[in-house]
Design a binder for this molecule. Structure first.
Ligand SMILES: Cc1ncc(COP(=O)(O)O)c(C=O)c1O
Length: 390
């Protein structure tokens, strides 16, 4: 993309960019939709002379389109797509060196905790888990070897909010980079680079793909040297998405704006219904004024997204009972698709975090996490109403 095109693309609104950036009609035929370039290699007119593509682990035109679209949505100069969110995380972590240290939000996604503790610790990286919603705790945990401050905001599954601007400032004061996992907010509601973060990371499996039909990951950033390093690692490590997965993700992106508005509308209604329900002990949703991070979320996000967690009175046994009575909400891992899902983090997505660590993070065994879909809101409420009935 040349500079003029880039300027024009950034002038368009989010919904327009989601449909058009990186997705111009295909020059040979005029195909409106970016084709699935299902090829592993490319003909060269002479050795080393090609049209920008030589091997599909390195680059593929469908992936190029996706990467441009992703970068545009995050307001970034560069985007890189991966075969999963974990593939993106691995590639970012591989920018570190033996002995380096990471300060991480405490209630991160269980798989993030697992790759930190059970994969990268064996390569002599060190990790500290702190309550990053209190930025002073980040500063206290930083060491001379801290290379990354790793933030999830909102967190999975407790929806805690970290002040991204303040966290990035702390990281930069200590010459560390600030990485924000923006999976829960999606770029529609939160743009961490504009708040000072250095790297935005996504499991595109979630809201960005949006239809529970593809696993993927992404990294977006502005710094050229860091991009070159990550681009090198993307190819060297090889956690790259297939052309078909890129196509599916691009197809999801086109409706991201529409979907996110509906997710938020439905989640807001459900959070206030649960808040007033006699069988519910606590509700976690940053859109509720009672949520401790509400003001901060309102200042750094343009909406509160579609994830709601809650604790029922009666702990794990009662939580299991509620899940067994839900009809529309399907019991499943993952989130961010058009269909509503429900899960028990302590038993499912966060089971890889030891119980003591979960308890320290405030993650009760009976916590229920909802990924609120875009079905009719009255149908969702009536499903919850009957499941919670005695
Ligand atoms: C916040 C968050 N980050 C990263 C991941 C990992 O992404 P993936 O499952 O696409 O590898 C997940 C998966 O649930 C997640 O919820």
């Amino acid at each position: 993309m040349n500079r003029r095109e880039n300027k024009r693309n950034q002038a368009w609104s989010f919904a327009t960019r989601a449909i058009h950036v990186g997705q111009e009609p295909e020059p040979a035929t005029g195909a409106i939709t970016v084709p699935i370039y299902q090829t592993s290699t490319y003909a060269q007119s002479a050795p080393g002379v090609h049209k920008g593509y030589d091997y599909s682990r390195t680059d593929n035109p469908t992936r190029t389109a996706l990467q441009e679209a992703l970068a545009s949505l995050e307001g970034a100069k560069y985007g890189l797509a991966f075969s999963s969110g974990m593939g993106a995380e691995t590639t970012v972590l591989l920018t570190l060196k033996e002995g380096d240290h990471v300060v991480s939000s405490r209630d991160v996604y269980g798989g993030t905790y697992r790759i930190f503790r059970r994969v990268f610790e064996a390569f002599s990286l060190k990790f500290s888990f702190v309550e990053t919603s209190d930025v002073r705790k980040i500063e206290r945990a930083i060491t001379r070897r801290t290379g990354l401050v790793w933030i999830e905001s909102p967190t999975n599954p407790l929806l805690r909010i970290t002040d991204i601007k303040a966290a990035a400032e702390v990281a930069h004061r200590h010459r560390a980079l600030c990485v924000v996992d923006n999976t829960f907010a999606s770029p529609f509601f939160q743009r961490p680079l504009s708040l000072g973060a250095d790297i935005v990371l996504h499991s595109t499996t979630k809201y960005i793909g949006g239809h529970a039909d593809v696993v993927g990951g992404a990294v977006c950033l502005n710094d050229r040297a860091l991009y070159e390093r990550l681009k090198f690692l993307q190819n060297a490590v090889g956690a790259t998405p297939s052309p078909f997965d890129c196509f599916l993700t691009l197809r999801g992106i086109k409706t991201l704006a529409l979907r996110m508005r509906e997710h938020e509308k439905n989640a807001t209604g459900i959070a206030s219904f649960l808040q007033n329900h006699p069988r519910v002990r606590r509700v976690f949703y940053p859109g509720l004024s009672a949520h401790p991070g509400h003001q901060l979320a309102a200042s750094q996000m343009s909406g509160f997204s579609g994830m709601v967690s809650f604790e029922v009175k009666g702990g794990l046994a009662e939580a299991r009972r509620v899940l067994s009575r839900l009809r529309l909400f399907k019991i499943a891992e993952s989130l961010g698709g058009v269909e509503s899902l429900v899960e028990l983090p302590a038993v499912m997505t966060h089971a890889s975090i030891p119980k003591e660590e979960r308890q320290k993070a405030g993650l009760a065994d009976g916590l229920i996490r909802l990924s609120v879909g875009i079905e009719d809101d009255e149908d969702l409420l009536s499903d919850l109403r009957s499941a919670l009935r005695g």
